[in-house]
Design a protein around this ligand. Structure first.
Ligand SMILES: *Cc1c(COP(=O)(O)O)cnc(C)c1O
Length: 361
């Protein structure tokens, strides 16, 4: 069996140990005589799966007791509406920093429900940096302050959080959840679509401070009210059972492999290998300012669209797949989530060196 190194931004690679365990348990999950795909979400067996998954996530992320963990559907994108519906409820105001398309979509959706204000944007330079903020611009009575912590498309990440005082900080962590430790207590709400670093598509994880639950706008659909899911321990309706099961296996895998400190060390080592090469290469260059570079998503270009296309074609042929960049940046993007082994990044860098030698004028 030849598995490729998959650099896709999402859905993306999962740890091989997790896939093997899921395969072993496919027909008969731990003596239940059924697959997790088939079992009732109200069964004792599934209850243990979801409870264990939550307990392990709380442990590895060190989630304080006054936060709820919700396992929802609808992808990261549904949160763009759910957040204003539930949080933009006191003064109907929220602040946004536009660091890319995902933050912009969250802003546009919130603008339908209240006064959404753009505090800063890095659009002027194709979102290749995180803007510096002046807290004098912040709305003092905003209901929340919104950022996208890791910008999947552009390859930037926030290293210093905005100081928002009593205004709850809300962050999209779809592409960096579990990549390194994060101080949950600094946030009012964190959310992530699972298909980048946690599980398959279909599961969205929301971590929300309890005092932010229960004040949704009157017309909020029942399914889009955090209270509905918080009160029912994410079992109000049928949850994405299989994706929750895989997430649970990934949480165990992280726990057994040293937790988030170890993930961070491994991710830094992988990213350094690739960035160091990009900084030394005469053919390739990274598109992000060094101080804001993501550990997870690494865009790079040659500056020549034909050469970029040749690179993508030739890398695919040797089992380094999904390296084509997002159309708004062009070039290439290597997404190197937790499950990408160091050897995968080594193979990529070796291939890039070879390509550079063959294609320099
Ligand atoms: C992928 C992604 C999304 C969208 O997620 P869906 O689950 O496809 O809706 C939102 N935000 C970020 C940062 C992402 O990387």
């Amino acid at each position: 069996m030849a598995r490729v190194y998959n650099f896709s931004a999402g859905p993306s690679m999962l740890p091989e140990a997790v896939l093997k365990q899921a395969a072993d348990e496919m027909l008969d999950y731990q003596g239940s005589g059924q697959s997790v795909l088939e079992m009732s979400h109200r069964s004792k067996v599934f209850d243990k799966i979801i409870k264990d998954a939550e307990a392990n996530l709380r442990e590895i992320m060190n989630i304080p007791d006054n936060y709820k963990v919700l396992f929802l559907q609808g992808g990261g994108s549904t949160q763009f509406a759910m957040i204003p519906l539930n949080l933009m409820n006191k003064n109907k105001k929220a602040d946004f920093v536009i660091t890319g398309q995902w933050a912009n979509k969250a802003y546009q959706e919130a603008a339908r429900y209240g006064e959404a204000k753009i505090i800063a944007s890095s659009k002027d330079k194709t979102f290749s940096y995180i803007p510096k903020l002046d807290s004098a611009d912040f709305t003092p009575d905003a209901d929340y302050f919104y950022i996208c912590l890791n910008n999947t498309i552009y390859g930037t990440k926030w290293n210093n959080l905005p100081e928002t005082g009593d205004v709850p900080l809300v962050a999209d962590i779809s592409s960096n959840i579990l990549s390194e430790p994060i101080d949950v207590s600094k946030f009012g709400l964190l959310f992530a679509g699972a298909q980048k670093n946690v599980s398959g598509a279909g599961l969205t994880i929301v971590i929300i401070r309890e005092d932010l639950i229960g004040n949704a706008m009157d017309f909020t659909p029942t399914m889009l009210n955090y209270k509905t899911h918080a009160d029912a321990d994410s079992l109000y309706n049928t949850p994405p059972c299989y994706a929750i099961y895989i997430a649970g296996l990934v949480f165990e895998w992280i726990k057994n492999n040293g937790g988030l400190e170890a993930m961070k060390a491994a991710n830094e080592k992988k990213a350094k290998l690739l960035y160091d090469y990009l900084d030394s290469s005469k053919l390739f260059k990274g598109t992000v300012v060094p101080e804001d570079r993501s550990l997870m998503n690494v865009p790079f270009v040659t500056g020549d669209a034909d050469l970029d296309a040749k690179f993508v074609k030739e890398s695919t042929a040797v089992g380094l797949v999904n390296l084509k960049g997002h159309r708004s940046v062009g070039g290439m993007r290597a997404s190197i989530y937790n499950a990408m082994p160091y050897e995968g990044v080594e193979a990529l860098v070796e291939f890039m060196k070879k390509f550079e030698a063959e294609n320099s004028k």
